[in-house]
Design a binder for this molecule. Sequence first.
Ligand code: TYM
Length: 333
Amino acid sequence: MDKKIILSGIQPSGILTIGNYLGAIKNWETMQDEYDCLFMLADLHTLTVKQDPARLRANTYELTALYLACGLDPVKSVLFLQSHVPAHAELTWILNTVSYPGELSRMTQFKDKSLKHADNINMGLMDYPVLMAADILLYQADVVPIGADQKQHLELTRDLAVRFNNRYGETFKVPEAYIGKMGAKIYSLQEPGRKMSKSDENPNGFVSMDDDEATVLRKFKRAVTDSGSEIRRGEDKPGITNLINIYSLFSGKSAEETEREFEGAGYADFKKRVGEAVAAGIEPIRAEKNRILKDKGYIDKLLSEGADRAAYLANKTLRKVYKKVGLVPRVKG
Ligand code: TYM
């Protein structure tokens, strides 16, 4: 029996945080045997906010090396750049014809980003979820592992798939979201009500996958905690709950085990231990990423092979879509 298909992606828009790692890549790594996986770098998506071109290129290599360092295997899985497979942009055009400005302007991320980048509210920013739908639907993905912040975009993807299928006949598989229980939303260390984000102006709010041990320990030492002194999860304890989740995910222990382990401990001691667990978890990944990064030729080759594999699958769907909507196929000769 064929394996189910997984597709996911991350924007190479800067150094990743442990939120991206715990919410995304760490889960992907474990799925590679059970599913046929495609892991993309959503480089076209990054252009919806202003990028420095040289920085974007460097970030793209960084993120590819990080994918590999986190255990994504280019033989088992397809690793590729979105911009290397033109079918993504082509399907976006077709899906635009079944998307409505009303539904796109209601997307939370569009509203948030419009506020944040008020000087650059471009069409791409609004069309962002349609490109994301194309990413997913092109591969007939069954499952899309994402953090909680992308859930709304996945719902839109499902709506577009159903709408297209109703209008033109069965074409796309309607994908399911996979949202991990604990890593789904890692919160800022400074404002535990907000998600940890690489674009946070306060660098103490996030831990980057590139932070060295001293930086990681310092950031956890400064992490905002809650009133009281118990180390337990609860709605009244967003700061400690977040730290328990982070510790559990890095140490491989359950949240209950973590609570038991730190029964009676003080906040300062707990924060130190969380910092140590995180530093120990990311250090080997950082070292491996930097090692891989030295060989750009290897990365280029691997991305080129990934693009061929992805394009083969994507073009199958695109041809089907073009046919369904009535475009005349090119006859060669
Ligand atoms: P991006 O690049 O913003 O984030 C990549 C992944 O990391 C997750 N994530 C988090 N998870 C837990 N806690 C956090 N604090 C946290 N911050 C980010 C995100 O939910 C995401 O899963 N539009 C997507 C990229 C994309 C994509 C796709 C994803 C493009 N096409 C197709 C899946 C399928 C994005 O901007 O993710």
